[in-house]
Design a protein around this ligand. Structure first.
Ligand SMILES: Cc1cc2nc3c(=O)[nH]c(=O)nc-3n(C[C@H](O)[C@H](O)[C@H](O)COP(=O)(O)OP(=O)(O)OC[C@H]3O[C@@H](n4cnc5c(N)ncnc54)[C@H](O)[C@@H]3O)c2cc1C
Length: 259
């Protein structure tokens, strides 16, 4: 049975970062020198504490980009560290910046653009063809601009004004809406949350698996991973994937018990 939904409906979160030189010390001061990284590593081994015991996203939340938004539509991240890409090609890598700095970052929660993943050939070793089709809708463009403007409002609060020495280019306050959108298209990158290419639903054509995670048209085959999400979750995808796996193990055990 042919089913166009296989590989369709690809969704992902894009994140956009804005970096700032800080008036206060940040992890850059601690982790840029090799001696600091060694100290942090040893501290983690000895005490399980310090910067190595924490996520790089030390603070975050879900917010409405505008008061009239029906529900929170942006996820925020705050990282007390900045880094820059150094070198090119195979030697390209990231280095922590030589000044105190921090990052404000946002991710639109519910992207409306849809991409695809397809086989390129019948060779199982051949890489697939992936078309993420990011930022293809007016709604996604509007969310990118709203996110930039929200970060600009956060920058302008008294607490952040006291903390910010200067923004690293581009400075949001100098950007038009069009420039914010162009910058988003150039710099935003995946949050590694691709989902929904084997989405769960009621019938083939719109979906690949049913509510029991069984593939339409193939007896006894289940898909159990982030690809069955009907839509990408509004936040991170790891815990929801574990929930799908726990539900699947229940379904499989129940079927085994019933013979
Ligand atoms: C760099 C990175 C950072 C992330 N950070 C976060 C985060 O902070 N919070 C969060 O919630 N989510 C995060 N995610 C997303 C999260 O990890 C994924 O959404 C989640 O792991 C998806 O689970 P999955 O089972 O669908 O796929 P995976 O976890 O990718 O599992 C697929 C498995 O299939 C195996 N496999 C692949 N091909 C074959 C094959 N041919 N035969 C047999 N086995 C095969 C792979 O080895 C792998 O074990 C991050 C992802 C990445 C890549």
């Amino acid at each position: 049975m042919e089913n166009d939904a296989v590989g369709g409906n690809l969704q992902d979160h894009l994140a956009m970062t804005y970096s700032y030189k800080s008036r206060q010390r940040t992890l850059n001061n601690e982790l840029r020198p090799l001696s600091g990284r060694l100290r942090a590593g040893l501290r983690y081994i000895a005490t399980r504490r310090g910067p190595m015991s924490l996520s790089v996203n030390q603070c975050g939340g879900f917010v409405r980009s505008q008061p009239q938004a029906a529900k929170p539509d942006l996820q925020l991240y705050f990282n007390p560290i900045t880094y820059s890409s150094v070198g090119s090609g195979a030697t390209r890598h990231y280095e922590i910046d030589p000044f105190p700095g921090f990052i404000l970052c946002f991710q639109p929660c519910r992207p409306t653009s849809r991409g695809r993943i397809d086989l390129r050939s019948a060779d199982p070793e051949a890489p697939p063809q992936i078309d993420p089709n990011y930022m293809a809708t007016v709604e996604d463009a509007a969310k990118a601009i709203a996110g930039g403007r929200l970060i600009q409002r956060i920058e302008a609060t008294r607490s952040f004004r006291a903390l910010i020495d200067e923004p690293l280019p581009p400075a949001l306050a100098q950007l038009t809406d069009e420039a914010i959108l162009e910058d988003f298209r150039n710099r935003a990158s995946t949050c590694y949350h691709p989902t929904s290419t084997c989405r769960m639903g009621r019938q083939p054509g719109e979906a690949v698996v049913d509510g029991n995670l069984l593939v339409f048209g193939i007896d006894g085959l289940r898909v159990v991973d982030a690809s069955v999400f009907p839509a990408v979750t509004s936040g991170n995808t790891n815990a929801p994937t574990i929930m799908v796996a726990e539900k699947a193990s229940e379904l499989i055990l129940r079927r085994a018990a019933n013979g």
